[in-house]
Design a protein around this ligand. Structure first.
Ligand code: NAD
Ligand code: 2HG
Length: 400
């Protein structure tokens, strides 16, 4: 029976790892894995020649070289929405801490140690005015990126009594269906920023969003005295531009999940240690979703929640002997080429499913009989083919 070698990187919740059965050998020190489950650590592909797939237990995939993975025919998955609620809750927790000076007031209370109760009470009543804060209700929030997290932050803003603007140039319909109609969809950054007291960033880090929050086209439009919140990724924010905006009172504060040399110790900046997804619930959700995606791919070649391959899922019927999957560049003639090679060898195709995402085409070909290795090799050497795989259906006890 074929066993798949799985490498785990970072602590992956046991609820997810427990879903791997005896067909999987799971080992954090595996050196030649076919599958990887990872959280935020950087993944290098050069050391793993037999790698078929990477499941990111989380949303952001900036720690994975996705383009290189595509070229190598490695499928990359993430777990959309699995940690969204954890981030939404922390955004409002941290904003509340910032607005109400909670952090400084806790420090003050700790400093009262050693006094008696009368003294403590006198100090508390005399000094609490130093920590006077302000409320969210009645203010305006602008949310940038209306994905799984941004939609949750926008809706929760309404529940906090705020007026909410949302901005996303490429929103997914499924996410927008969950957005309250009371959230105003802004048509430009300027429109979203003009009235916002609080600005929350929820887009992925990629080459288009690196340094997105900078003076030009962003901070120049901010309402003076706004608070900027970044629970997306550090490099989306240009640190020098934010420090200059704080110094000139354009921004009043910055709340960030990404500590840095420039941000630590700054009186107007509150930082948390990349804590957005760190709840038991979120870690369990992410790990179980990631492991299910990886198993479905390794065992059946099915793709659900890939960030670089088209999503496509079929269950082999009982009369299928061998499942062949072919990953190719999206170019004309690939289906005909594959069918002809199989037809020439008199291999009967029971079911052929193909899908493209505009860059990569993915073919699931269920065959009635065995597919000799030389046929697999012949398809693999055709121009435009990135990878060919024979799925060992026998691991389900259905084949010899
Ligand atoms: N702090 C944490 O621990 C933590 C946890 C989870 C996610 N994240 C980060 O948050 C990001 C968003 O997560 P998600 O689950 O909502 O992802 P998502 O894919 O559901 O949503 C991202 C949204 O950003 C939008 N977007 C892309 N470019 C944009 C731009 N230039 N301007 C405005 N919108 C833009 C996309 O259209 C999409 O709707 C992740 O990529 C990850 O980097 C951080
Ligand atoms: O795994 C984590 O701790 C963080 C994950 C988070 O940044 C994400 O992008 O989902």
């Amino acid at each position: 029976m074929k066993q798949f070698k799985i490498k785990t990187i970072n602590a992956i919740a046991k609820e997810g790892i427990g879903l791997f059965d005896t067909r999987f050998l799971v080992d954090p020190s595996e050196t030649d894995p076919e599958g990887i489950v990872v959280r935020s650590s950087k993944v290098e592909l050069t050391q793993f020649p037999n790698l078929l797939a990477i499941a990111r237990a989380g949303a952001g995939v900036n720690n994975i070289p996705v383009e290189e993975a595509t070229e190598k025919g490695i499928c990359v998955f993430n777990t959309p929405g699995a940690n969204a609620n954890a981030v939404v809750e922390l955004v409002y927790t941290s904003l509340g801490i910032w607005l109400r000076n909670v952090e400084k007031s806790i420090e003050f209370c700790q400093g009262l140690t050693g006094m008696n109760d009368d003294e403590i009470n006198r100090e508390v009543e005399a000094r609490k005015k130093k920590f006077k804060g302000e409320e969210m209700a009645g203010k305006t929030m602008a949310v940038f990126g209306l994905g799984k997290i941004g939609v949750g932050v926008a809706n929760a803003g309404l529940h906090h009594g705020m007026r909410v603007f949302g901005f996303d140039p490429f929103p997914a319909l499924d996410n927008i269906h969950h957005l309250s109609p009371e959230v105003t969809l802004a048509r430009s950054r300027k429109e979203a920023l003009a009235q916002a007291d609080f600005i929350s960033i929820h887009m992925p880090l990629n080459k288009n969003t690196h340094g997105y929050v900078t003076e030009k086209d962003f901070l120049e439009f901010v309402k003076p005295g706004a608070v900027l919140i970044n629970y997306a990724r550090g490099p989306i924010v240009d640190e020098d531009a934010v420090l200059a905006a704080l110094a000139s009172d354009k921004l009043r504060g910055h709340v960030s999940d990404f500590p840095s040399v420039k941000f630590l110790g700054h009186d107007q900046i509150l930082v948390t240690p990349h804590l957005g997804a760190s709840t038991s619930e979120s870690e369990e959700n992410c790990a179980t979703m990631a492991v299910k995606e990886l198993k479905n791919y390794l065992e059946f070649g099915n793709i659900v929640h890939s960030v670089n391959f088209p999503n496509i899922e079929t269950i082999p019927t009982v009369d299928v002997h061998t499942r062949l999957t072919v990953i190719n560049r999206d170019q004309p003639g690939m289906i005909a080429m594959i069918s002809n090679i199989l037809g020439d060898k008199h291999i009967n195709i029971k079911n052929y499913t193909n899908k493209s995402n505009g860059t990569v085409g993915y073919n699931i070909i269920d065959c009635a009989g065995p597919v000799p290795v030389d046929v697999q090799e012949k398809i693999a050497e055709q121009e435009g083919v990135l990878r060919v795989r024979m799925i060992p259906l026998e691991i389900r006890g259905r084949q010899v």
